[in-house]
Ligand binder design. Structure first.
Ligand SMILES: *[C@@H]1O[C@H](CO)[C@@H](O)[C@H](O)[C@H]1NC(C)=O
Ligand SMILES: *[C@@H]1O[C@H](CO)[C@@H](O)[C@H](O)[C@H]1NC(C)=O
Ligand SMILES: *[C@@H]1O[C@H](CO)[C@@H](O)[C@H](O)[C@H]1NC(C)=O
Ligand SMILES: *[C@@H]1O[C@H](CO)[C@@H](O)[C@H](O)[C@H]1NC(C)=O
Ligand SMILES: *[C@@H]1O[C@H](CO)[C@@H](O)[C@H](O)[C@H]1NC(C)=O
Ligand SMILES: *[C@@H]1O[C@H](CO)[C@@H](O)[C@H](O)[C@H]1NC(C)=O
Length: 356
């Protein structure tokens, strides 16, 4: 990531050392925020704003109404506030930055079963949020009919691509023409055909992350039911070019289920300079996974934080249902968001900073 001026840039950098240069991974983890058990918001996704604050979506908000609150977190002061509410929604998922200043897309709808939505209630909300602004405005609401899942979200200009986990497809919403369509479906985006009755068996493509690499736009994805980390190329209008590529099928002693399912992801800028960028994946129910990809195309997986993790400074940090990851500004660290679910109880979503 290109360094950007930030509200926080005058603050000293803590533990800014990089990925180890051959000496093995070096990561330092710090929990910077958690919602209190009295307001146990389930963080579904997080997005780093240009002013270095974090926009947080939540799937479970406990409100009595259908105006789900959109939160912003200042990572230095650990203060969180509601910047706006999204009408006609109980639950929010992906966040992406649109072209033009201060414009963000957020997917939200009415919660149904299995962390999905009631059919025909999903919208793309276009939200305007200024630099250091304490409130945001919903400037447009674009319906996404026929979908019960709209999960990870990326933007290509003013087009957003949304992961339909249930149907194994990518939805394409043009926020200028206000039209929604199915971009494409692919078996590699679909859940486990042998277990479509299992709540995670039906969850295919989940996280999406857009990255420029060698002059191309790559959309990296996870497929929860299949444990896949992969990617595909898109053009300047967000249309797929070529085929999907599987970069790794994550290995685990646990079968796919609530203790082994891939959620959202980021890919870094190859900070350690030994190949392509490394993927960092929220790996439920308690880990942050790193998939290193060497220049010869092979991959290796490491638990960064969680049982057997390699991060230091993490004594006492237990990731409770990690759902989401975002790159910090200027490289050097990522944020992990969690649902805060522990043994089925919601205790408050966390935000954990991890150096990379
Ligand atoms: C909420 O949905 C209802 C029913 O579809 C619609 O009439 C109303 O305009 C919506 N409200 C907003 C603020 O979009
Ligand atoms: C950001 O906004 C807060 C009030 O919401 C204000 O106290 C603070 O000074 C602002 N910071 C900058 C750098 O503008
Ligand atoms: C959602 O509704 C559309 C019609 O609006 C229908 O075609 C589609 O099958 C429904 N999806 C599910 C999963 O029920
Ligand atoms: C189906 O998925 C559920 C989780 O949703 C899991 O508990 C179960 O073991 C899976 N069954 C098979 C046959 O993979
Ligand atoms: C690829 O590169 C990695 C790192 O240098 C090395 O450990 C691995 O053995 C290589 N694999 C192949 C197939 O060349
Ligand atoms: C979860 O909540 C239930 C009901 O409040 C309580 O009995 C149980 O001890 C809690 N479990 C954990 C792991 O906190």
């Amino acid at each position: 990531m290109k360094p950007l001026p930030t509200l926080l840039s005058f603050l000293p950098l803590v533990a800014a050392s990089g990925g180890g240069g051959g000496g093995g991974p070096s990561h330092v983890a710090t929990e910077i925020f958690s919602f209190p058990p009295t307001n146990p918001i389930f963080i579904e996704n997080l997005f780093v704003l240009p002013d270095a604050r974090l926009l947080l979506t939540s799937f479970v908000h406990f409100g009595p109404d259908t105006n789900s609150p959109l939160h912003v977190l200042n990572p230095i002061t650990s203060s969180v506030s509601v910047v706006t509410t999204l009408p006609n929604s109980t639950s929010q998922t992906g966040i992406a930055e649109l072209s033009g200043a201060n414009r963000y897309a957020v997917t939200a709808g009415i919660a149904g079963n299995n962390f999905e939505f009631v059919n025909n209630t999903v919208n793309v909300y276009v939200v305007s949020l200024g630099w250091n602004a304490s409130s945001a405005t919903v400037v447009d609401t674009i319906p996404v009919p026929g979908a019960i899942s709209a999960n990870g979200l990326v933007a290509v200009g003013n087009v957003v691509l949304s992961a339909d986990s249930r149907e194994g497809r990518i939805l394409r919403v043009d926020t200028i023409t206000r039209t929604s369509s199915v971009a494409f479906a692919d078996p590699l985006l679909f859940g486990d055909p042998a277990n479509v009755s299992g709540s995670l068996g039906v969850t295919g493509v989940n996280g999406l992350f857009l990255k420029w690499h060698l002059g191309h736009r790559w959309v990296y994805f996870t497929n929860t039911a299949r444990g896949i980390y992969g990617r595909f190329k898109v053009d300047s209008l967000g249309y797929k070019v070529g085929s999907l590529e599987v970069l790794r099928t994550v290995t685990s002693a646990d079968p796919i289920g609530f203790t082994n399912s891939l959620d959202d992801l980021v890919v870094d800028g190859d900070e350690d300079g030994d190949g392509d960028g490394d993927g960092y994946i929220a790996w439920q129910d308690k880990s942050l996974l790193k998939v290193k990809r060497y220049s010869n195309g092979t991959t290796a997986q490491t638990v960064v934080l969680g049982p057997g993790g390699v991060a230091s400074g993490n004594a006492g940090i237990t990731l409770k249902t990690p759902t989401s990851v975002a790159l910090g500004l200027g490289g050097g660290h990522i944020y992990v968001g969690t649902g805060g679910a522990e043994a089925g109880n919601l205790t408050g979503g966390q935000v954990v900073k991890v150096t990379i």
